[in-house]
Design a protein around this ligand. Structure first.
Ligand SMILES: [Zn+2]
Length: 289
């Protein structure tokens, strides 16, 4: 389920402040993923069994670049210093304590650097952290599976099946669950494809490459349609979110020259552009394997 993602400039974000410090030529590495199933949430009784391929430890090449998004190819790179990488997170106003309901005050706690909402009754400090959005890029017969949203925001636009990760599940399990919920598709996760941070709204996307366990899918309650698209027919003019535009552009670019890589990047809204313009972004500090 992904009901409210990437409304740039909305008040749904947490306070994100993070700087990356690349380490030479090994900026990212992956460790083996456990495919040990976690306890299933009773709220997701239909969740298929996770089947996650193990990924051996790998070292990734660093691409400290800045990319200006465009519909045709957002992955046009130009040199950029990591020092220019900065977060643009918002502070969400929290007026009441989530623990006791007491009114909050906004101060910088002792020993910290950031403004926090602090309960005036019990003293609890409200820490806000980014949300994880997980999803699948499903490949089948040189096509990919997209869902047409039947909910707002971005009603009627196309997206990869993705949604918020739940407590008690891994990212890959969440991606499998979301795919089942939104596309009625039982999938096997093959490998991670992209991690995309959106500091402005406090979200991190993890998109996995996946394959159908069987050729069967149907639109779930939040989708009006599910369809396999060849790469030439991907509806780039009617995608739901910048994250999907970035993901699909990276995927198509990879496929044109070979196999998909693993990508990390930060999606930043271009200043002065409309929150609803999903092409008004820059893909900063793009790293790929
Ligand atoms: Zn309190």
């Amino acid at each position: 389920m992904l009901r409210a993602i990437q409304n740039f400039g909305s008040s749904s974000s947490g306070f994100v402040s993070q700087r990356l410090k690349p380490h030479g030529n090994c900026a990212l590495s992956l460790v083996p993923i456990s495919n040990k199933p976690s306890p299933l949430s009773p709220s997701h009784p239909r969740k298929p069994t996770a089947n996650v391929s193990l990924i051996k430890g790998r070292c990734f090449r660093a691409f400290p670049v800045s990319c200006t998004g465009s519909e045709s190819n957002p992955d046009v790179t130009s040199p950029s210093s990591p020092a220019t990488f900065k977060s643009t997170g918002n502070i969400r106003k929290i007026n009441f304590c989530q623990l006791c309901g007491g009114p909050t005050k906004h101060e910088i706690p002792d020993g910290e650097e950031k403004m926090r909402a602090i309960c005036t009754l019990c003293g609890k400090i409200a820490y806000e952290n980014p949300k994880m959005v997980v999803g699948c890029l499903i490949e089948h017969d040189n096509k990919i599976l997209l869902c047409k949203r039947k909910i707002h925001p971005s009603y009627g636009l196309w997206t990869l099946p993705a949604g918020y990760m739940e407590i008690g599940e891994s990212a890959s399990e969440g991606a499998i669950r979301e795919t089942w919920e939104e596309a009625g598709a039982d999938v096997e996760v093959l490998s991670p494809f992209a991690q995309l941070d959106i500091p402005l709204i406090g979200q991190t996307y993890i998109i996995f490459l996946a394959k159908l366990k069987r050729l069967h899918f149907y639109p779930g309650p939040e989708s009006s349609d599910c369809k396999l698209f060849s790469l030439d027919d991907i509806p780039f003019d009617s995608l739901a979110f910048s994250s999907m535009l970035v993901t699909l552009n990276l995927y198509v670019a990879d496929r044109k020259v070979g196999s998909p890589k693993f990508h990390y990047g930060t999606i930043n809204k271009r200043p002065g552009t409309s929150p609803s313009d999903i092409q008004a972004y820059t893909l900063d500090y793009h790293l790929k394997s």
